[in-house]
Design a protein around this ligand. Structure first.
Ligand code: NZQ
Ligand code: ZN
Length: 386
């Protein structure tokens, strides 16, 4: 196991009907900007509940953060923050709204040109950068953004990852019943995104990290167990509560501490989203099985462990275990209604060059836990996924 620091400062308020408790944690007597997406929180009443919990504060609202939040949209919110001297941000939404809020929190302390440096080069490119404090009300279990320090922001035909310990949410409200209104496809996306977050921190090479491995395996088994059920029974509280908590724990630093991490599926997937508008989780469902088919030698030991401990495949030779683990993973995604081939999304062989150029422009020429996943290998993975 590698050396690591672990500190996750986000306070979690988990459970039904707790939004009135926002008044205990959102500061009083200050200007608050509530940030939300395309309107689901208006339609389903969450925004009203949030506002009625927040008396004695001056509330401003910024709606319209789109899925895969766009830099230009977020900069409009930054203008509002500066104009109204906002002291505290409250994100009410899914990963896109929370990520957008993280970026707004940082960019509100920057000039316009510094905001672009922040996006393209990260916080270290902006000396003295700070972040406004913020909390979240989660409406979609998937990304783990409610309890981590990362944000993904779109600009042009690219997605950029911004990371900083300054953008851990101060608190997050996780009420599983708020997620009952999600369309099936978004629930399926959530299951797959959380699943692949665990995989990116687990299917690498052995590192003698028994807590991290067995916790990762537990989350994967849970997601396999509840994934289809929570789509079929959207108002079953316990099923949804388990999806929410598993998704949060999948990417809050716990299982990734002290172990090698991959993230190539995400980096290749981000290009598919930015170029062709494929939902984030669907991009992962396309890339992951194909990546494993191409990289099964590098990932051999962990794929065998995954086959045995997550899928219960025993008493077969190791090569067959790996083949079965890959096909069962693909079948699991498909069973949730998520297609796993590029052609299912209208993406063709001629489009692969654009993806490779996108990776090249960002310097992603040596991806993976061993930094040897070259552009040629990315191309093979994509061709194999056609
Ligand atoms: O915009 P509204 O109207 O709110 O509708 C949203 C949106 O259309 C809808 N929705 C959310 N909650 C709902 C609801 N509809 C009905 N009832 C509810 N309770 O769902 C749609 C998708 O929302 P979005 O926030 O885009 O989805 P998700 O949570 O999957 O977030 C995806 C974004 O997160 C990034 C992705 O790249 C993508 O930009 N990620 C962030 C990560 C992080 N911060 O750690 C890690 C992830 O790997 C991921 O990259
Ligand atoms: Zn993800």
């Amino acid at each position: 196991m590698y050396n690591f620091n672990f500190h996750n400062p986000t306070q979690i308020f988990f459970g039904k009907d707790r939004l009135t408790e926002l008044s205990n944690v959102v500061p009083e007597g200050v200007n608050i900007l509530i940030i939300y997406g395309g309107g689901s929180v208006v339609k389903f009443g969450t925004l009203d509940k949030v506002k009625s919990a927040l008396t004695n504060r001056t509330l401003f609202e910024f709606g319209g953060v789109e899925p895969n939040p766009h830099y230009d949209t977020l900069m409009k919110a930054v203008e509002m923050v500066k104009k109204h001297k906002i002291d505290f941000l409250l994100a009410v939404g899914g990963g896109s709204v929370i990520d957008g809020t993280k970026f707004i929190a940082l960019a509100s302390t920057c000039s316009q040109s510094e905001s672009l440096s922040l996006l393209f080069k990260g916080v270290s490119a902006v000396p003295g950068i700070k972040a406004l404090p913020f909390g979240t009300v989660l409406t979609l279990p998937a990304t783990g953004s409610e309890m981590n320090s990362g944000a993904v922001v779109s600009h042009g035909e690219s997605k950029y990852v911004v990371m900083s310990p300054m953008v851990y949410p101060k608190f997050s409200f996780l009420d599983p019943s708020i997620t009952f209104t999600l369309p099936d496809t978004q629930v399926a996306n959530g299951v797959v995104d959380a699943f692949v977050h665990v995989i990116e921190q687990y299917i690498t090479f052995p590192s003698a990290a028994t807590f991290q491995d067995s916790t990762a395996e537990g989350i994967l088994r849970n997601l396999i167990e509840i994934g289809r059920k929570t789509i079929d029974h959207p108002t079953d509280y316990d099923l949804r509560a388990n999806l929410v908590w598993n998704a949060t724990m999948a990417l809050n630093g716990l299982i990734g501490a002290g172990v090698p991490q991959d993230w190539s599926t995400h980096m290749i997937g981000h290009e598919l989203t930015a170029l062709f508008g494929v939902d984030h989780a669907k991009s992962l469902a396309i890339v992951l099985p194909s990546l494993w088919e191409i990289r099964k030698t590098q990932k051999r030991d962990k794929l065998i462990q995954y086959a045995e401990r997550v899928w219960g495949i025993k008493e077969l030779n190791d090569d067959i275990k790996i083949e079965l683990a890959i096909s069962k993973t693909r079948d699991f995604f498909e069973s949730l209604g998520i297609k796993t081939k590029l052609s299912d999304y209208g993406i063709k062989a001629v489009d692969i060059d654009k993806v490779i150029n996108g990776l090249k422009n960002k310097g992603f020429t040596g991806l993976s836990e061993t930094k040897d996943l070259t552009l040629d290998i990315s191309r093979k993975i994509l061709e194999n996924a056609l």
